[in-house]
Design a protein. Structure first.
Lengths: 370, 370
DNA sequence: GGCACAATCTATACCGGTTTAGGACGCCGC
DNA sequence: GCGGCGTCCTAAACCGGTATAGATTGTGCC
């Protein structure tokens, strides 16, 4: 909306052959020669306040004056100062995302990068920024939220990786910070939830495997402390019962690749191993394929494998992974719009994204005769 | 340094059974009941200015008064307002990272999440935040840097994924924004570079393969437009020549998994395929293993494969990937400290991280007889 | 003509810090 | 007794916007 032209550097240009004269405190070009609202006011022959009104499309300015002000602002190359705006309006024009995970584990899970990309598509056009924190554990996590609030660093936050009785919900509610939860919490929550049905995908996986002829199907579940881990696990058990196959064997993990590999090893080394394994996420499923191959168990002939997420690798491992397609970018977009609505209007409805569906590739097939 | 206690909410607690009364404009607890420097001044019986001096450890305050002020500030639970500080001091207390990549591709590359985690370990204790932007292409990228500067959103930026004749260098120099480049640019640059020698790892890979008895070794290179793609490619060719094996076959890609898979397919379908392939990154190498298996080419018996990065998956695919171990977290830490030094002192020296070394696992072995 | 009222605009306080110009005071030397 | 100087402190300007009270003008209506 505002002209985005950068003021021309009126200082001597930086000596590009050395970095010793880089004085950060004085060289901030566009800061030192900043055009302020007062300059615009003077030039347009009106008061500061009126300029502010005109620039914010607020009533009480005649059409004629408004256009003149806008024109002058454009001519002078005026850009609003985010800092000044932050101070007087008590907003920060930024949203926050705090991720509490071991960075090593985090790296293998492309969920967040895609999610962030989705968020970004909404924020960037609005001139909002994303403040990201990656912290190692959940205690640091709460402290980080507190700091974000007391610094007034963000206007709202995304709450991901919901856990059972998640302390963040009451804590954020008390802090009074607008938030959006990724998924529906298991407790009363004052915040809108943006969720996706991931149980249907698990049920589809089980039905698919049953239809192929599998009866001994196991589930490598995610963390029992995480809601989506539990949800998928419950969906698995329910689907197994529906198929008349009992509860099915379930191994709990923490969603990490290492744990997925361990779980697979344990399952396949049993005297009567499963003929199919439903993994709670793709990284574990891919590790599972690796372990099977290492043990000389053929995939999918000896053991069928399904994953969850449809990460890019899923299409490129061999055999290509049959998995449930999540859409983290869409999720990011939805979460961002919801959070913005909440911040701006004080209210936002829950959003339910289309259920994640099964994508059939090569890692699940008719079980070989034994 | 300052007491971090959150002011107690003096409003009625939020009704946690409904989200309809969530009024973002009035409920910002710690904002509405903020203790300001004026409160501290009044309570301590001194002027605002003196409080500021005392809190910033500046001379001109008697020891006695200083301690009294600090004590009062602590008692009142005072927290400096980042917004006010930003406005008057013209700093933002945040650093920026702009990543220009297709989010799908980005997700498979755990480099950034680890890098960010490393950056975070430096920033968090200093009370600084990281502003992250993920943009789809490099034209949006420049615009994003411009916005970050003109908004005064950050005090400095990280420049990653250096390209040939990278426009970002002169552009950022002109904007006067402190920056640190990840790797050394191929042009004069006013910014400190934090780099790692990735050529030694490639040379080691080639030497390792040659020692195993390979002679037809190919390289699936990264993007020719990216400096690290070129560097690894040149290192490969040089190492091949050193071994008296000519230049070696090289296929250029864009570092993406899909391109890596394609390249492998092309290489292996030749009448005289290579017996070993050196990949410029792990995701492509893993896709390479998948393609080989799909084509019925055994790894490592028929074709040996090496990667670069040592992403977590590398240990869990089968056969486990022989690769070069990068250390993105260390890199993040070094880059953050360097950028902070630059911002604070106006100068920072280049940093050279310890060279990435080869990690031998199962994907490279003595070639089978043909 | 006079009054109510809306539309337009100005002046100014305000957000919460930092920074600067100076004032009060004590101590020194001459 | 007085100028000079250092220490400790206050008052006020300032950063660049937003918000509000009130001045000015024009119009409609009786």
């Amino acid at each position: 909306m505002w002209p985005n032209r950068i003021a021309i550097n009126e200082e001597a240009p930086m000596d590009s052959s050395s970095n010793s004269n880089m004085d950060a405190s004085t060289d901030q070009v566009s800061e030192s020669s900043r055009v302020t609202i007062a300059d615009v006011a003077r030039e347009a022959g009106v008061s500061k306040g009126l300029v502010s009104f005109a620039l914010n499309d607020r009533p009480g300015v005649s059409a004629e004056t408004r256009t003149r002000i806008l024109q002058v602002a454009g001519a002078l190359g005026w850009t609003p100062s985010l800092r000044a705006r932050s101070l007087s309006s008590k907003r920060s024009f930024a949203l926050g995302l705090v991720i509490a995970r071991d960075p090593e584990v985090l790296g293998s899970d492309p969920f967040f990068t895609s999610f962030i990309a989705g968020v970004e598509t909404i924020l960037a056009p609005e001139g909002l920024a994303l403040v990201l924190s990656v912290v190692p554990d959940s205690s640091t996590e709460l402290a980080t939220y507190r700091t974000l609030v007391s610094d007034g660093r963000v206007d709202g936050v995304f709450v991901s990786d919901l856990r059972q009785d998640d302390v963040r919900i009451p804590c954020l509610a008390e802090l009074g910070l607008p938030a959006v939860t990724l998924g529906r919490p298991d407790q009363p929550s004052p915040f809108p939830a943006v969720s996706i049905d991931d149980t249907e995908g698990i049920r589809e996986s089980v039905r698919h495997l049953v239809a192929l002829g599998h009866r001994r199907i196991a589930h490598v579940a995610g963390s029992a402390a995480m809601l989506h881990g539990n949800r998928r696990r419950d969906a698995f058990t329910a689907a197994m019962r529906d198929a008349g196959l009992g509860d099915g064997q379930v191994v709990d993990t923490d969603f990490s690749i290492a744990a997925g590999a361990d779980a697979t090893r344990r399952l396949l080394r049993q005297s009567e191993p499963p003929t199919a394994i439903v993994f709670a996420n793709d990284p574990m499923a891919i590790a599972g394929i690796g372990v099977a191959q290492e043990l000389g168990v053929r995939v999918p002939d000896d053991v069928s494998i399904t994953g969850f997420d449809d990460i890019e690798f899923a299409r490129y491992v061999y055999p290509a992974l049959t998995t449930v397609g999540a859409t983290p970018m869409v999720w990011g977009r939805a979460a961002a719009t919801t959070l913005l609505t909440l911040i701006r209007t004080g209210h936002a409805d829950d959003v339910e994204l289309p259920a994640a569906r099964l994508i059939i590739r090569g890692s699940a097939a008719i079980p070989a005769e034994r």
